[in-house]
Design a protein around this ligand. Sequence first.
Ligand SMILES: [Cu+2]
Length: 273
Amino acid sequence: MSRSRQHARGTATAAFLLALVLVLLVVATVVAFALRIFPAPAPITAAAVLVDEQYARTLYVAGTVFVLAQLGLALAVFRFRDRGAPARFSRGSVTLEILWTSITLIVFVGLAVAGRKAWAMDRYTAPAADAIQIEATESQFVFTFRYPGPDGKFGRLDSKLIDAPAGNPLGLDPNDPNGKDDVVAATLTVPVNRPIELLLRSQDVIHNFDVRELRLQQDAVPGMMIPIHFTATKVGDYAIVCTQLCGLGHNKMNSTLHVVSAMDYSQAMERIR
Ligand SMILES: [Cu+2]
C-alpha cells in the first residue's frame, strides 16, 4: 500500500469523527432548547407576551441558521478532507457573498420589523393617562420606592438631606407640603390591571431594574430620571433584581414586586403610611 493511500484512509477517520462531534453538538443543543430545561417564568403583562413572541421568532430563525450552518460545516469537514492531493486555492464567489449578505440583511431587518410592536409598547408608547406614578430609587445595594400619596405629588428631594439611618434614605425635604404624604417603602406594591409608571433614579452608580415576569429591564443612571411603564395582569410576588454589577453587594441587591388586588393595594398604602 502506498503512503498516500494510507494517508487518505487516516484522514477519513479523523474527518468523520470531527463531523460526528459537530452533529452531536447540534443535536444536544437542539434537544436542550426543545426540552425547555430552564423555562422563563410566565409573562404577566401584554407587552411581555409580545416580547416572548419575538424571542420565539428570533430563536426559530437563529436556530434554523445555526443547525444548517453547523451541519453544512460537518459536511464540508468530511467531504473536503485531506485526500493526499495538493490543496486548491479558491477566491470564493462574489455571487454567493452578495446572496447570503442580502439574505442576512433581510432576516435581520425582518426580525426588527416583526419586533417593533413589542419594543414600541414598552419604550415609545406613553403610559396611560391614569397611570399610577411610583418612584424607584436605587443605591448600593437597596431599592427604595416612593408613592406620592393622596395628593398625587412627590415632595422635593435634597441630596444633602439623605440620611438612611435616620429614616430619610431619599433626602425628602420636610418643609415641602407635597412630600408630607409621600410613602417610602422597601418593596414595590402595585394594584393588578392598573398602568404603573415607574420613575427610575440612582443615588450613586449605574444600577438596573429587572423583573423577569415583566420582561422589562432598564438601567438606573445617576443624574437621570428614566420612566418605564407596565400593567401587571396577574396577582403575585415577583423578584426585582439589579442586573448591573454595581459593587461588592450587587449579588444581594434585590426587592420584591407585589402585584395585589385593588382592595389589598389601598390597605397596603394605609398600612405603610
Ligand atoms: Cu445595583
